[in-house]
Design a protein around this ligand. Structure first.
Ligand code: DGL
Length: 275
């Protein structure tokens, strides 16, 4: 039995979502994936909710032309503002975002009921993490901080440069000041896991770092099994990539996020504007 061999569609505003693809591929090695990075229009994190929603709808239309069986929104900003719109537009195709899985993981991790969330401006402004965490446990204190500069630092691959350390100190020190600081930090942006080393240097070893990649992968696995969509015959390492700007840059910078080299021949340039 091969199961359902159609691919899983994954999209992000750029390369950051490759951290989610990496977790998906590890968890689901016999699935096929297609990944779209809307690199021409990155960042989504500083744009209005309406703009991000429109971009996300175009991104999913491209994935639909690849006959995907499930869509993963591997972008916190797009998950925060467009999950509902995409779920309605694509029904009955399952759509999974990264906010709820991240919120669940953070609630499971905290011991002192205080959670810090760092994300893009758009994600913080929309309050999606705060709502998702409060829905799971109304007693939890949540502090949030937009860290937009982290996106650019991650795209440069500056995991532990002095500038990254300085930015981490600027953003994080205020969050963890005070008598009962949070014991859990949600990396509420796909780009931030590559900066974990600098972030860890500021917050110390006692704070749990939560990124939604693993929990999202677990939720996708559950959805596939529950809906009879799982495949036994695919090869997760043979992912096809689409980018809306330079395939060369996508392959080069994307490797940082994916944790393995990307052959530029597997990256196709696409234009979403007419979709
Ligand atoms: N992918 C975005 C997110 O996870 C970060 C990059 C951007 O601002 O587009 O929020």
């Amino acid at each position: 039995m091969q199961g359902d061999t159609r691919p899983i569609g994954v999209f992000d505003s750029g390369m950051g979502g490759l951290t989610v693809l990496r977790a998906l591929a590890a968890r689901l090695p016999h699935e096929r994936f297609v990944y779209l990075g809307d690199t021409a229009r990155l960042p989504y994190g500083t744009k209005s909710a309406d703009t991000v929603k429109a971009y996300a709808l175009q991104a999913t239309r491209l994935l639909l032309t690849e006959n995907v069986k499930l869509v993963v929104i591997a972008c916190n900003t797009a998950s925060a503002v467009a999950l509902k719109a995409l779920t309605e537009a694509l029904a009955p195709l399952p759509v999974i975002g990264v906010i709820e899985p991240g919120a669940r993981a953070s609630v499971a991790a905290t011991r002192n009921n205080a959670i810090a969330v760092i994300a893009t401006e758009g994600t913080v402004k929309g309050g999606a993490y705060a709502r998702a965490i409060a829905a799971l446990n109304g007693d939890i204190r949540i502090v949030q901080q937009p860290c937009q500069v982290f996106v650019a630092l991650a795209e440069e691959g500056w995991a532990d440069q002095p500038a990254t350390f300085a930015a981490a100190k600027h953003y994080l020190d205020p969050l963890f000041a005070g008598p009962s600081p949070p014991d859990t930090l949600v990396l509420g942006c796909t780009h931030f896991p590559v900066l974990a080393q600098s972030i860890r240097a500021i917050i110390g070893s006692g704070v749990a770092l939560v990124d939604s990649a693993e929990t999202t992968a677990a939720e996708v696995a559950e959805a596939l099994a529950g809906k009879g969509l799982a495949s036994n015959a695919g090869d997760a390492s043979s992912t096809r990539f689409f980018a809306t700007d330079s395939p060369e840059r996508f392959a080069r910078v994307g490797a940082i996020f994916l944790g393995r080299p990307i052959d530029v021949a597997t990256v196709e340039l696409v234009d979403l504007r007419a979709l």
